[in-house]
Design a protein around this ligand. Structure first.
Ligand code: 5GP
Ligand code: MG
Length: 182
């Protein structure tokens, strides 16, 4: 698995110290507020576990399963594998996702929450944000790292369901992309 990685962008220790900073900011912003974190699975499961354990607030968690990617390309639309959402009426919602690319996923989730949830506020937090040629119209309120426009895996992020358990974030070798294409 490790030999399929062309180069490492962020080691685990770098990620965790960035999470310390993000958690500190989030904890200050939501102090004395009723917070519900909506986490987008599967990609954000490790990010969620590491970040939320650093936030000393009595928050609640709802996990949503959505998909928009096939291989290394976005399908251009997102599918909710979820029919019901947690009761967040009057609560402050923070959406957690692994990576902001085109912004389509975050936009769709925000739209659905705005339309259906009755939340007092809706913000978003991503571990990674790709710097795109044309700036994405959707931005996140909290961003871990800005990365180049490359396909990355590890720390929860997959390529056709592989590599999620790599402890770091890295760029796949072209050869591995071809080998695991489907
Ligand atoms: P967007 O809707 O912003 O284009 O894409 C967001 C979703 O696409 C993320 O939640 C993530 O699942 C997937 N994605 C986008 N870029 C990458 C990437 O570089 N690597 C991986 N593994 N997934 C990505
Ligand atoms: Mg995702």
């Amino acid at each position: 698995m490790q030999s399929d990685i062309d180069r490492i962008l962020y080691h685990e220790t770098t990620i965790l110290s960035r999470l310390d900073e993000m958690a500190h900011t989030i904890a200050k912003d939501y102090e004395d507020k009723e917070l519900t974190v909506v986490s987008i699975l599967n990609g954000s499961f490790i990010f969620m576990a590491d970040l939320l354990r650093r936030i000393p607030l009595p928050l609640q968690i709802d996990s949503w399963s959505v998909s928009s990617y096939h291989g290394t390309k976005s399908k251009g639309h997102i599918e909710f594998r979820q029919n019901s959402i947690a009761d967040v009426i009057g609560r402050h919602v923070l959406i957690l996702d692994d990576i902001l690319d085109s912004g389509l996923t975050l936009r769709a989730i925000k739209d659905r929450l705005e339309a259906e949830s009755g939340a007092a506020s809706i913000r978003s937090c991503v571990l990674l944000r790709k710097k795109l040629q044309c700036e994405a119209a959707t931005v996140a309120d909290y961003i871990g790292f800005e990365i180049p426009d490359e396909f990355v895996v590890g720390y929860g992020l997959d390529y056709n369901e592989r590599y999620r358990n790599l402890p770091y974030i890295g760029v796949l070798k072209e050869e591995a992309i071809r080998r695991h294409a489907r």
